[in-house]
Design a protein around this ligand. Sequence first.
Ligand SMILES: Cc1ncc(COP(=O)(O)O)c(C=O)c1O
Length: 362
Amino acid sequence: MDRGYIYVNKNNLQHNIEYLNNFTSKELCIVVKANAYGHGIDWTVRTAIESGINWFAVAALDEAILVRNLSDDIRILLLSEPSITELEKIATYNVDVTVYSEKFIDAMIISKDSYKIHLKIDTGMHRVGCSPENFDNLYDKITSSKNLSLEGICTHFPVADTDKKQTTASIQMFKNTISKINVDQLRIHADNSASNTYNNDQVFNMARVGLATYGYTISPVKALDGLKRVMEIKTRISNIQNRKKGEAVSYGKAHILEQDSLIATAPIGYGDGYPWNSFPDGKVIVKNNFCKLIGRVTMDQILFDVTGLDVNIDDEVIILGSSSDNSLSITIRDIAAWNKTIEWEILTNIKDNRLNRVEIDI
Ligand SMILES: Cc1ncc(COP(=O)(O)O)c(C=O)c1O
């Protein structure tokens, strides 16, 4: 091993898909934007297709093209309107596109191509989406056009993971907005991983699930304990040194040793997506022991305290995952907490162009 490995576990991904399919009657649309939350978009899509998944959501047209090149038979949903200059590609690559602005819809109507579209309503996120008041106008425009096929209606919740009450109000607003139209042939979708755990309203027949697919339970009301984490990150000890009490290690002299210490180095850093703010709270696992980070995370290396352990160069260092005896673990939630950020940011920053991605099937 040179630097580090990202292990992605096929059995766990397929287990999660089966588990989520058993949990909800909605069809799953797996969210694979940002390199499938760091898991590798190609691997994730191929593995999910084997599990019968037919819908994939992306944020960028380039991601949609990557996914389309893996299969002609699946549906790909672009979650926002791209630039009007990209219209031709949407048609060429047969991408379902989320729409909400009159200008974009008009540009589609006057183009020579046909499009499959999902009309998005803003029910409180206030990021993208048409206002409930403008819904009828856009709906009529779309359904009276010759080249637009309305495939779905959707919304997105701002506090699905923290506030069931507000999310329920958004659901009600959505339902009121679409109450006059016939939704029989449409995909009606709103849920992300969190709201999917409690929104049982029968009008919704598809859920756009990201984080839960990759094994992380997220809900203000119900933990999905049966999910299995798909990703582990491991590296190796690359240097070992004895340092004296009072010496500082790493940049900024941010950590002064309080005692004589054995300090190990591993070749992973913020350039690989292991975040800078992991120090001072962060730790790694070596030989079934937690080892505290010592000194600042650098671009390519971290330092940690192995005082009292019998360690050698090339010994395994667990950055994300469980110890071999399963007694200790470090989760994405832990790393996010050390860094005062969210799980999504940690995952989507992991760089599989610097760390080697290894696909395992056990
Ligand atoms: C529009 C939209 N739908 C669904 C999701 C999936 O969210 P989660 O990863 O919480 O399941 C996202 C994630 O950012 C999103 O932006």
